[in-house]
Design a protein around this ligand. Sequence first.
Ligand code: PHE
Length: 514
Amino acid sequence: MTKFDKTNVEGEFVKTKKMADLQHFILKAVDGSTNGVILSNESFPDVDSKQVQAAVTSLAAREMVTYKTLEKDLWTLTEEGEDIVAHGSHEMRLYDEVVKSMEGLKIADVGKVLGNSGKIGQQRAFKNGWVKKEGDVLVKKVDEKPEDTTAKELAEIKKQGTLANNEKELNELKKRKLISKTKVISFEISKGPEFALEIKKYETDLTIEMLQSGSWKNAPFKPYNFAAEGTPANAGALHPLNKVREEFRQIFFSMGFTEMPTNQYVESGFWNFDALYVPQQHPARDLQDTFYIKEPSHAREPEDKKYWNDVRQVHEGGVFGSIGYRYPWSGSESTKLVLRTHTTAISAAMLYKLARGTVEPVRYFSIDRVFRNEAVDMTHLAEFHQVEGVIGDYNITLGDLIGFMQRFFGKMGVKQLRFKPAYNPYTEPSLEIFSWHEGLNKWVEIGNSGLFRPEMLKPMGLPDDYRVIGFGLSLERPTMIKYAVSNIRELLGHKVSLDFIQNNPAVRLDEDLV
Ligand code: PHE
């Protein structure tokens, strides 16, 4: 291999910097050598290295050349390093001054005489054993002028770009900020099977003109590249949350559920809280937890005055066998408009509606967005998607709830469940659901559930022996686990990368999910 030398080849490239001219340039150089050339970015210091790379790879793609890429460290001198090559090292300059001064060099004068070189020169000359201290002056410790290794090494680096087999010293000089490292990419280029001095222009399209003139018969066509990946089709993509949502929907449908209409983000405090027997002083109803609507701030009062009054009664004085909360219930608090904090508001409205007709066994579900005024962090936003399920039937029990949860999560491959007593104002008993997470090696909470309280169901007018199981979980958690997203802001919101949305794979809910 011979080193690429641009003086050996004639070419337009030096003037035009055009890709085609650069390629001709390379072809000529390869042609002129017996067994190939080494071309590096250094050969064209004023050309973007990517352009050189592109020229070589495109010639290789046409099989006109073959090449190997070599990567090598190139060391260059810093300004200080250059200064040392020209004027000697700091330590040598100090030594020379010490020799020059008849009575030794006063330590106090070092800075004056040598400027910036003084302090470091003194340190190194001491270390090298070239000078010693006598009282307050420096005198020489060796008679013969020592060799200035620093300057010598730097001169070699300046010439060679490296110090042969002396990585340690290179790093030492780098630490002293006398040299710095860059990478040089070079290509070993040889003739390929299709080598020629001219780049053949292939036809890529069969045109009307070619057909009319008959020139297609002899035209050189570019061969199809069946290995090429092709341009990705420009198409819409489903957000991961939508994909996981769809999986959940299919599981619900397979278990006989119907979907609740959740297409409203704004609810009255009545449906979001009061109907669910959440007292009006409950912390969840604070401004800090719930977003209230400014304009309009209130909903109309419900038309069903009996229900409205029964809910008031059950909070205030206790009816239907309950002692209630015994506080003055405010109608205007209940008409306040909120961004729904859970989709359980819809479940309540659905159960109220059910009570208005034939009360038969039902299975409802919904998956939609809810809002909570929460501090935003890696795993929390002020909004998330709630997966909610409701099962109503006569005389069902806590055992049915546990059994159902095992079947429901079992469908996603989540087999190990644990239940922990919990508290919700609207369910009794309430259970938090935990599953064993293999990756995290601990029990993680995956849902909340319970049997809706009589204080919620009876004012609606549901029969005494009709019971309703409810449960909720977030859609975000299983999605984050499924797609290995650790920061929720990468999943939802303005920081989401469109690439992530476009390229992530389809999903199946299985073993590793929750
Ligand atoms: N609403 C509850 C939540 O937001 C979920 C739930 C629904 C719990 C129904 C019990 C019954 O966490």
